[in-house]
Design a protein around this ligand. Structure first.
Ligand SMILES: C[S@@+](CC[C@H](N)C(=O)[O-])C[C@H]1O[C@@H](n2cnc3c(N)ncnc32)[C@H](O)[C@@H]1O
Length: 292
C-alpha cells in the first residue's frame, strides 16, 4: 500500500468514528507511525509504506476513533515550540497556557529593557507542573534561571522530569519536588522572582459536563478545582506572597467564571501591591497577574 492509500484508509477509520478533520489527523498519525516529518510525508506520498507502520497507524486510528486524544496516542505534543512528552497521567498542555508563558516573557523584557544587566527572573517556580511543560519551557527560555517544578502526582513528576531533562539549558537546572502546593518546597522564606501556575481550576459541576475526550481521558486531579474551581486558586493567592522575592510576580491561569472571586481573594490577602485579571487570545478571562 502506498503512503497516500494508507492515509486515505486511516482517514476513513477516523471519519467513521466521527472525527472532524479526518484527513488532517490521518496525516499526523501516519507521519508518526512512519517516523517521517511533514515534508517527507508529502514528498513521499507515492512510496510504499512499511506494512508494520501502516498496521500501527490503523491501530492508532481505531483508538482515536474511540475518542482518545491524539496527543496521548502519539505520546507527545508541541508547547511553545518544544516537543513535550505526554501520557495519560498528565494534562495535555493547552494553547492558553502558552499565553501564561508569554506574560512572563513580556515581564522579563520589561525588566531587561529597564536594566540591561538584569537577569530577571533568576528563580522561577512552576506550581502544579503536570507534564512539566511550563518548567521545561522556562528552563530553555531562561538559561540563567534556576527552576523548581512541583506537583502532587508522582506519575506527573516522572513525565515532568523527562521533559525538563530534555529541554533544560544545563543539567540540574530544574529541581522537581512532590507535595501539596507550597508544602512541596524546601526551606522557608521568599525566593522566587516569578511563580507560574496552571492549577486545577474547573468547577466540579463543569468537569462532569466536559467533552468525553477530556473528561474520560485526562486526570480529574488536573482539572477539578472544587465547587467553584477556587480550592487551589484561593490557596495559591493566599500563600504565594510567602514565597515571592520583593517585587515578585504570581502568574496564574484561572477560569473565565472566576474574575470576581479572584479579585476578592487578592483583596482579602492584602499582600499584593498590584494585581490584574487578564484575557486570553480568545478574549476570555484567563489569567491573574499579581505583584507583591
Ligand atoms: C491543570 S494541570 C496543569 C499541568 C501543566 N502545568 C500544564 O499547564 O499543562 C494541574 C496539575 O496540578 C496538579 N495538582 C492537583 N492538585 C495538586 C495539589 N494539591 N498540589 C500540587 N499539585 C496538584 C495535578 O496533578 C496536575 O498535574
Amino acid at each position: 500500500m502506498t503512503i497516500i492509500e494508507a492515509q486515505r484508509e486511516v482517514a476513513k477509520i477516523l471519519k467513521e468514528g466521527g472525527v472532524e478533520n479526518a484527513m488532517n489527523e490521518a496525516r499526523f498519525l501516519l507521519q508518526d507511525a512512519l517516523g517521517y516529518d511533514s515534508v517527507q510525508l508529502v514528498t513521499g506520498y507515492r512510496d510504499y509504506a512499511c506494512t508494520s507502520c501502516v498496521e500501527t497507524a490503523f491501530d492508532w486510528a481505531k483508538r482515536r476513533a474511540a475518542g482518545e486524544p491524539m496527543q496521548y496516542i502519539l505520546g507527545h505534543t508541541d508547547f511553545m515550540g518544544l516537543d513535550i512528552r505526554v501520557a495519560s497521567g498528565v494534562l495535555i498542555p493547552r494553547p492558553e497556557t502558552e499565553g501564561l508563558c508569554e506574560l512572563l516573557v513580556n515581564e522579563a523584557k520589561a525588566h531587561r529593557g529597564a536594566d540591561p544587566a538584569s537577569r530577571w527572573p533568576a528563580r522561577i517556580l512552576d506550581l502544579c507542573t503536570g507534564s512539566g511543560c511550563i518548567a521545561a519551557w522556562a528552563a530553555s527560555a531562561f538559561g540563567d534561571a534556576q527552576i523548581v517544578a512541583a506537583d502532587l502526582s508522582e506519575e506527573a513528576l516522572a513525565i515532568a522530569a523527562e521533559n525538563c531533562r530534555a529541554h533544560e539549558s544545563h543539567p540540574g537546572q530544574v529541581e522537581l519536588l512532590q507535595g501539596d502546593l507550597f508544602g512541596a518546597l524546601k526551606g522557608d522564606g521568599p525566593q522566587f522572582d516569578a511563580i507560574l501556575s496552571n492549577p486545577p481550576y474547573i468547577p466540579s459541576r463543569t468537569v462532569d459536563g466536559l467533552d468525553a475526550e477530556v473528561k474520560d481521558f485526562e486526570p480529574r486531579l488536573a482539572l477539578d478545582g472544587g465547587p467553584e474551581g477556587m480550592d487551589l486558586v484561593s490557596r495559591i493567592i493566599k500563600e504565594a506572597p510567602d514565597w515571592l522575592a520583593p517585587g515578585g510576580l504570581l502568574l496564574m491561569e484561572i477560569d473565565d467564571t472566576q474574575e470576581e472571586l479572584v479579585r476578592a481573594a487578592c483583596e482579602e490577602c492584602g499582600r499584593y501591591a498590584s494585581f490584574a485579571v487578564l484575557r486570553d487570545l480568545a478574549g476570555k478571562i484567563r489569567y491573574l497577574k499579581a505583584r507583591i
